[in-house]
Design a protein around this ligand. Structure first.
Ligand code: PBG
Ligand code: ZN
Length: 321
């Protein structure tokens, strides 16, 4: 107790503060999302996400080279296909936009190539699975997810990241991959993915807004915390290698609770809305740029082992200077 105890002693210089710091922003633990648009002729800036652009199949290699130079070691691929239909069949084509992007990435860079596995960018209705009436049918959607997983694995993906929030998706994908000799492809499971307004800018980026209704019949209710632990437990039982909490900043309590409850690696997805809020405030001078580091550091402090963030390139670049 004061006056014997004086916490300020360990705050007196940068070096001492570094020495006693409990968390560090390790750039090897950042994952950069990358959008590839099959229909674009040149990279297209995304209006809702300043500083981020959709790449084209031709610009992808160059973009990955830039990310590599900045020190980004992992990417998460999203595709915008040339053709959509009600069953989202372009999601599992051998030469689909993500499959081809995986091949390009594997050939051109040494980055860890993770691919988001969902159907909302590929269905004409924008929902994350196959419809039965106005509802997403869980079990027939799993069949499609299995096909997508297999097509990604064949293209050489390092890791698949199913984000559709169907029940049993991790187990089904694990079985499908194992049945075809891909037992060494890990699954990063979007386990606790909330039905969040924070995905707004992304849907504009990936052209995946549902044409009717919303995703609340499959993504989680933001009011729930214990349910997230159930979802994570199910995914681990089904064979998930890495579990995910998404979004990140408004859900630090969930990340922290997951950290205390599970030993598996935890990824946190700091989503498009989090990016855009910070980016706009910093670009307009309302917030100091250090707000970005502070925010991403808080996600690690809460217990995440890795963070998916649109600031990955910026943060990696910054740490090299
Ligand atoms: C696809 C998917 C979404 C995000 C990641 N994968 C959108 C959604 O569920 O509507 C959101 C990412 C972001 O907002 O940055 N299911
Ligand atoms: Zn989806």
């Amino acid at each position: 107790m004061f006056p014997v105890s004086r916490p300020r002693r360990l705050r007196s210089s940068e070096k001492i503060r570094d020495l006693v710091s409990e968390t560090s922003l390790d750039t090897k633990k950042l994952i950069m999302p990358v959008f590839v648009d099959e229909t674009a002729r040149k990279p297209v800036p995304i209006p809702s996400m300043p500083g981020i652009a959709r790449q084209t199949p031709d610009s992808l290699a160059g973009h990955l080279g830039e990310l590599d130079e900045a020190g980004v070691s992992s990417i998460l691929l999203f595709g915008i296909p040339g053709r959509k239909d009600d069953k989202g069949t372009s999601a599992h084509q051998e030469n689909g936009v993500v499959q081809e992007s995986i091949r390009i990435a594997r050939k051109e860079t040494s980055q860890i190539v993770i691919a988001d596995l969902c159907m909302c960018e590929y269905t004409s209705h924008g929902h994350c699975g196959v419809l039965h009436g106005e509802e997403v049918d869980n079990d027939s959607t799993l069949e499609s997810y299995g096909k997508i997983a297999l097509s990604y694995a064949k293209a050489g993906v390092h890791m698949v990241a199913p984000s559709g929030m169907m029940d049993g998706q991790v187990g089904f994908i694990r079985e499908t991959l194992d049945g075809s000799g891909y037992q060494n492809v890990p699954i990063m499971a979007y386990s606790a993915k909330y039905a969040s307004a924070m995905y707004g800018p992304f849907r504009n980026a990936a052209d995946s807004t549902p044409s009717f209704g919303d995703r609340r019949a499959y993504q989680m209710d933001p009011r729930n915390s214990r349910e997230a632990m159930l979802e994570i437990a199910h995914d681990l039982n089904e064979g998930a290698d890495i579990i995910m909490v998404k979004p990140a900043l408004p859900y630090l309590d969930i990340i922290n609770k997951a950290r205390e409850s599970f030993d598996a690696p935890i990824a946190a997805y700091s989503v498009s809305g989090e990016y855009t809020m910070l980016k706009m405030a910093v670009d307009n001078g309302y917030l100091a740029p250090s707000a970005i580091e502070e925010s991403i550091t808080s996600i690690f402090r809460a217990g995440a082992d890795m963070v998916i963030t649109y600031f990955a390139e910026y943060l990696c670049e910054k740490s090299r200077k």
